[in-house]
Design a protein around this ligand. Structure first.
Ligand code: ATP
Ligand code: MG
Length: 262
């Protein structure tokens, strides 16, 4: 799959990746453009290469071939523009929620009173203002995920990269966090790339959903639902149609609109 060159705030161009010189191709000729302010979701079976692609977009891994550009600039190391939410919340057990949110700043400098205010603000935005002093072990799974999202947003990143951040949560909490995320991205104009196994989550969040299979982008579809998204949209025929098409693509069936007429 390819999109017009040069249109993306995030531009992934002919990216290939191998873990080790002799290893198999994990990503194979991936082209993808994400315009500034859009949310794109990546779905696909376990082991298809989603986390690997996300790490390339963050500059945590460098492509074996091809290029990754953020805002027109080639990445040669961890991107200063990106916030990352990992597949598990990865909070530091010995730090309070507030200090976990502050961590990206603490790694650069001694946090100021203003930084602490910003971190508190960020926690308030994810509904955790009252729990800032708690350690991760004293928080529920959903609350830990919220702290991880607040931490990724503390530096006001232009790009948010999220790797199945809500996978371990119950359906209702997940839907609440999806709405939180959409609100925060809209507020800051944040561009996001979100990996999930959950097709309905992808359709609800995304401007565009891509399906990865064996290291290639096998299918992509724009989601034409209006913004802001709201819960009732989950029951709209257009929502079901998008889910169905993506499900077929994941099953290896060609997209409905690409099938020859019967
Ligand atoms: N550090 C590594 N060294 C060697 N191979 C790896 C490494 N990390 C991942 N792989 C392999 O690369 C492939 C893609 O892994 P990746 O983590 O990108 O998949 P994924 O789509 O995120 O899967 P999941 O949905 O299970 O998280 C898998 O076959 C995996 O075993
Ligand atoms: Mg993964």
């Amino acid at each position: 799959m390819s999109t017009e060159p040069g249109t993306g705030f995030v531009a992934i161009e002919g990216a290939r990746y191998r873990y080790g010189a002799a290893g198999p191709a994990i990503l194979d000729d991936v082209d993808w453009q994400i315009p500034r302010g859009e949310i794109h979701c990546l779905i696909g079976r376990s082991g298809s290469g989603k986390t690997t692609l996300l790490k390339l977009a963050a500059g945590l891994l460098l492509p074996t071939e091809g290029a990754i550009r953020i805002g027109g600039k080639g990445l040669s190391g961890p991107s200063p523009h990106a916030g990352f939410v990992f597949q598990s919340p990865t909070l530091l057990e010995w730090l309070s929620a507030l200090d976990n949110v502050l961590l990206p700043l603490s790694l650069k400098r001694r946090p100021t009173a203003a930084d602490r205010e910003t971190a508190l603000d960020q926690l308030a935005r994810v509904g955790l203002a009252d729990l800032a002093a708690r350690r991760p072990g004293e928080l529920s799974g959903g609350q830990q995920s919220r702290v991880a999202v607040a931490r990724a947003l503390i530096d006001n990143p232009d790009l948010l990269l999220l790797d199945e951040p809500f996978a371990a949560l119950d359906a209702l909490t997940r839907e609440e966090l999806q709405d939180d995320l959409l609100r925060l991205c809209a507020l800051n104009g944040t561009t996001a790339l979100f990996v999930t196994h959950d097709i309905t989550e992808a359709v609800y969040l995304a401007d565009k959903v891509a399906v990865m299979a064996d290291g290639r982008l096998a299918h992509a579809r724009r989601i034409e639902l209006a913004r802001p998204r709201h819960r009732d949209m989950r029951y709209a025929p257009a929502f079901a149609a998008a889910c169905r098409e993506l499900r077929d693509a994941m099953d290896g069936v060609s997209a409905l609109n690409e099938r020859p007429a019967a």
